[in-house]
Design a protein around this ligand. Structure first.
Ligand SMILES: Nc1ncnc2c1ncn2[C@@H]1O[C@H](COP(=O)(O)OP(=O)(O)OP(=O)(O)O)[C@@H](O)[C@H]1O
Ligand SMILES: [Mg+2]
Length: 322
């Protein structure tokens, strides 16, 4: 499966139709994911990361809906799926997801095992001893004692719960696993351990992964490619190490400069002045222009195209040839 394009997303746009106006949470997102590859998605709170994830799973809830674009998964456009098709052919079997804050929504009345077995039975008809063995294997894979299978969620620490959720997302062996802020609620030590596990799993398992976080520093280790989002747009997309080494979009440059580093002079920690825009009425032209120190006339008037700069796609007028 390695190297084959699994997911090909084009011009995907998802809006929320609220009483206060249309929230343009995701506009014209395009990217590809190959087998065995991982994509990190980073950007400030509210930039549309979870909306993108929900769109891929076809789980955008009203008042939101996909308004444009395609999501080709193995040659089939799942953006056109009915709810029934999405339930039967897409979610969990093809794409699974660790939801943001998922460990808080584990059902307290069922054992860990029950909650892991349920999707296995529902989607694959696997139950009993065979199901239990699969669950044990995946608990072990995320470094958990198989005893946990028989326990209730309240008997687990936050880190253990999050590992259970990750194991559950993996056990259906989907083509793509999306992890939306898998470690944000945890302390840094547990976070580092889980990220290390995920890095190992990425090598062991053959599926593709999408990691979502507002914390760019933790993506470095686990992502082959990066998509940097700002106000509903993917503003920079390409090889992760290339983007870290030489960020091209002014927003990415600020985002990377804002990562605190050890032994760094804290007076020099950069931040991005201003706040992300309201997505009901995003700025004209480039959505980043009010906060961009390089902005010029054109940025206020014209939506930038994506330019290929050393193999990285950058949505910024600074790179226009004309
Ligand atoms: N159900 C909804 N109704 C209306 N607006 C919504 C809804 N869900 C999200 N939004 C808006 O869509 C935009 C993108 O939200 P989203 O949750 O995708 O951001 P995010 O990047 O995941 O943020 P965070 O890092 O805080 O999780 C935000 O402006 C948000 O307020
Ligand atoms: Mg989110």
């Amino acid at each position: 499966m390695n190297g084959r394009t699994i997911l090909d997303v084009k011009d995907l746009s998802t809006h929320y139709f609220t009483s206060k106006g249309v929230v343009k949470a995701l506009d014209d997102a395009s990217f590809e994911l190959k087998g065995g590859q991982s994509l990190g998605i980073a950007g400030e709170s509210g930039c549309g990361k979870s909306t993108l994830a929900f769109s891929l799973l076809r789980m955008v809830q009203p008042p939101g809906r996909i308004v444009k674009g395609s999501i080709m998964l193995d040659g089939v456009d799942v953006a056109k799926f009915t709810e029934k098709e999405a339930r039967k052919k897409l979610r969990w079997q093809k794409i699974s997801m660790v939801f943001q804050g998922a460990m808080d929504i584990m059902t307290p009345v069922y054992t860990v095992g029950h909650q892991m077995m349920e999707p296995l039975y529902y989607h694959k008809g696997i139950k009993g001893k065979k199901g239990r063995e699969i669950c044990y294997r995946y608990l072990d894979m995320v470094d958990l004692d198989t005893d946990l299978f028989h326990r209730y969620p309240h008997e687990l620490s936050g880190g253990q719960k999050q590992r259970v959720i990750i194991a559950t997302a993996l056990l259906m062996e989907p083509d793509v696993v999306i992890m939306d802020e898998p470690t944000t609620a945890l302390d840094v030590v547990v976070e580092a351990r889980i990220m290390n596990d995920l890095k190992r799993l990425k090598h062991e398992l053959d599926n593709s992964m999408i990691f979502i976080t507002h914390d760019l520093s933790i993506l470095a280790e686990v992502s082959d490619n990066l998509a940097i989002m700002y106000a509903g747009w993917i503003v920079e997309l390409g090889d992760a190490s290339e983007i870290y080494k030489d960020p091209k979009h002014p927003y990415t440059q600020k985002l990377i400069a804002a990562i605190p580093r050890l032994h760094m002079d804290m007076d020099r920690l950069e931040y991005i002045p201003g706040a992300p825009p309201e997505l009901t009425d995003p700025p004209s032209g480039c959505r980043f222009h009010p906060r961009c120190e390089h902005a010029f006339d054109r940025c206020m008037k014209e939506v930038p195209k994506e330019y290929d700069v050393d193999g990285v796609l950058v949505k910024c007028h600074l790179y226009a040839e004309d």
